[in-house]
Design a binder for this molecule. Structure first.
Ligand SMILES: NC(=O)c1ccc[n+]([C@@H]2O[C@H](COP(=O)([O-])OP(=O)(O)OC[C@H]3O[C@@H](n4cnc5c(N)ncnc54)[C@H](OP(=O)(O)O)[C@@H]3O)[C@@H](O)[C@H]2O)c1
Length: 271
């Protein structure tokens, strides 16, 4: 089976390519140089690759960049996704779209697939509107994930390891840090079993940013001073949901338990 990975140059995409190739899938990874979702003739360009399956992980993924550049955020995350969905529709192939815990407002966790989204920032709104285009396809999967980290680095774990002291951490923001290796195996399970609909995938347990930072430092055997701060003092443009913890009961029931982020982080540190 030939799988087009749109966003194949991203942090999740690069890990996904390797894992799916090991499963004997033929992977065509595309970054924005090969396919700009905001450019011309996106649908035709996708069709020319003649994939049997499309995985769409591309996004303007920086929450603050989305808030600073809302037009770009909607153009990539919403209308880019519309173009991908239209191509899948024309090709009559299934589409798996990566979405986010930030579609929720963070007031009533944990969130199941049936809960009503209510995003609090441009990133969440643009990704949720992207979901609406994907839902038009009967054989599509929307996979919501949270707080990514992984072997590709350039993520929150890296930020903590490189940060000057004291590290400023938002007071009581909570979710589940999730490893890109584990998401990639989840994608393999979902597409291999030909399921459709919304799925939540996130690594247990749910933690505050403070606990997450403390664990990153402890597992790397590094000591740094941490300071808990409020949003206002950080001076970032985008609001975040306070507790966007995803419930993964549906995934657990169908595919089994998800390993902890602690175990996944230890595997990455040990190489
Ligand atoms: N990072 C998180 O904590 C997090 C949390 C929840 C959900 N997610 C979702 O998970 C997915 C993967 O995230 P990630 O962290 O792997 O993202 P990432 O590292 O920022 O990678 C983004 C990908 O999107 C591509 N892209 C950006 N603009 C594009 C455009 N105009 N046209 C085509 N491709 C474009 C990039 O291509 P180039 O690099 O070639 O430009 C890259 O391959 C995203 O859908 C994101 O919304 C992320």
């Amino acid at each position: 089976m030939k799988i087009l990975v749109i966003g194949g140059t991203g942090r999740l995409g690069r890990v996904l390519n390797v894992i799916l190739q090991k499963e004997k899938y033929t992977i065509i990874p595309l970054g924005s140089n090969e396919l700009d979702l905001t450019g011309k003739n996106v649908v035709d360009k996708i069709i020319r690759y003649t994939p049997d399956y499309i995985i769409h992980t591309a996004a303007l993924s920086s929450v603050d960049e989305c808030e600073r550049h809302p037009n770009l955020a909607y153009n990539i995350n919403t209308y880019g996704t519309e173009r991908v969905a239209n191509a899948a529709l024309k090709l009559k192939v299934p589409l798996l779209y990566i979405s986010t815990d930030y579609v929720f407002d963070g007031k009533n966790p944990p969130y199941s697939e049936d809960d009503e989204p209510n995003p609090v920032n441009v990133y969440g709104k643009s990704k949720l509107q992207g979901e609406d285009f994907v839902k038009r396809l009967s054989s599509s999967i929307i996979l919501r994930v949270s707080w990514l980290f992984g072997p590709e680095g350039n993520d929150f774990v890296d930020f903590v390891l490189k940060a000057d002291e004291p590290i400023s951490v938002i007071r009581s923001q909570t979710s589940k840090p999730t490893c890109t290796i584990d998401i990639s195996y989840a994608i393999k399970n979902l597409i291999g079993n030909r399921v459709s609909g919304i799925y939540h995938f996130a690594s247990p347990p749910s933690v505050s940013r403070l606990e997450w930072v403390e664990s990153i430092l402890k597992l790397n055997k590094i000591k740094k001073e941490i300071r808990e701060v409020n949003w206002d003092s950080l001076n970032v443009p985008a609001k975040r949901p306070l507790n966007s913890t995803l419930s993964t009961n549906k995934y657990n029931k169908e595919f089994g338990e998800i390993r902890s982020w602690n175990e996944a982080l230890r595997e990455i540190i040990d190489g």
